[in-house]
Design a protein around this ligand. Structure first.
Ligand code: ADP
Length: 327
């Protein structure tokens, strides 16, 4: 029987994503509802290592559900990669009696949680807070819906000007290792091509299709490129295309960090609230060291040791749909 948890800490770690605040709010309020003391750990694992930990009340999370970013701040913490750093973190938690953790972050943060929970007797619950949607064991990650909607809004605007001038645009969206933002925003905006890190691009085929489109006077082409695709992003791809078809007017637009910020969508607030609530339930019920996801609209719990091994895979059906619809 797992030891009863009485004081919990919540932190946001790695890249920020819209909806993290809604999730913090849910963890704090569900914890207090269950009679737990709740602490906010500042700047991801750095706050644990440097003892930057603050008590939270139901009021500390008032008026944040609609805000992007994270009130707890986030960071990448090098010290936590070493045993000495993690031991310091453990000592700082135990001196306050913190005996459970909720970690909102991406796969790197889960690797940290895995290592920590294997070394020390503090149960960790992982929640997927990432705009990349690249975590297996969940259909949703907190922040993806907002990020992809921001990208769609921007790409729609670019299409207006592309159409007015009969121009081709290469638009770079976020995704160093994952192509989900590119894939979903590309399908939703009717992009002609989508280049993602998970799939090899046949550049000759791409050039041929552009030449063929030029012949039949289809000059408006939107190519959506994930930042981590094999050619090195939109600028590099533009050079390759201009090198092969000098007559083509190509413009590049890099959407960048606007995709991370902004008020979370209704969907992100809902999943953040639901996941935050269930993370605390897990700690209370003794379901420890799991990663909480949602699959087919049901809560899904993956042991944290397994969660770090798997990556979300790209659904091949989407690539086929893109090919057929973008003619
Ligand atoms: P994300 O969670 O967005 O994927 P990172 O990959 O930067 O972001 O990971 C966030 C933090 O998690 C790192 O800065 C580090 O403190 C911690 N972390 C990542 N991998 C490990 C690991 N193997 N062992 C311990 N801590 C880790």
């Amino acid at each position: 029987m797992a030891r009863k948890v009485t004081k919990i800490g919540v932190l946001t770690s790695g890249g920020d994503s819209p909806g993290m605040n809604a999730c913090i709010r849910a963890v704090v309020r569900t914890g207090i509802y269950n009679g737990l003391e709740v602490f906010g750990i500042m700047r991801g694992y750095s706050g644990m290592v440097e003892d930057d930990i603050v008590p939270m009340t139901t009021r500390s999370v008032a008026n944040i559900i609609q805000r992007g970013g994270t009130i707890l701040k986030t960071a990448r913490c090098m010290e936590f990669l070493e045993y000495e750093g993690r031991k310091k973190a453990y000592d700082n938690l135990t001196k306050r009696g913190i005996d459970g953790l909720v970690i909102i972050g991406g796969d790197g943060s889960f690797r940290g949680a895995q290592t920590f929970s294997n070394e020390f007797d503090i149960p960790c619950i992982g929640l997927p807070g990432t705009i990349d949607k690249d975590i297996a064991g969940t259909d949703f990650t907190i922040g993806f819906d907002t990020a992809v909607n921001t990208a769609v809004e921007a790409i729609d605007k670019i299409r207006d000007t592309a159409d007015a001038h009969d121009r081709m645009f290469i638009i770079e969206v976020m995704g160093r290792d994952a192509g989900y933002i590119a894939l979903h925003s590309g399908v939703a905006t009717g992009a002609e091509n989508i280049l993602i890190p998970e799939k090899k691009t046949d550049i000759n085929h791409l050039i041929q299709s552009l030449l063929e489109k030029e012949k039949r006077k289809k000059l408006v082409n939107l190519i959506i490129v994930a930042e981590g695709e094999e050619f090195g992003g939109a600028n590099e791809l533009s050079k390759i295309i201009k090198g092969q078809i000098p007559s083509l007017e190509v413009r590049v637009c890099i959407l960048g960090h606007i995709q991370r910020g902004g008020s979370p969508t209704c969907m992100d607030r809902l999943i953040a609230s639901r996941m935050g609530y269930h993370a605390v339930e897990c700690l209370v019920e003794g379901k420890h060291n799991v990663f909480v996801g949602i699959v087919n609209n049901k809560m899904n719990y993956t042991p944290i040791n397994e969660a770090v091994k798997k990556k979300q895979r790209i659904n091949e059906e989407w690539m086929k749909i893109v090919k057929i619809l973008a003619t």
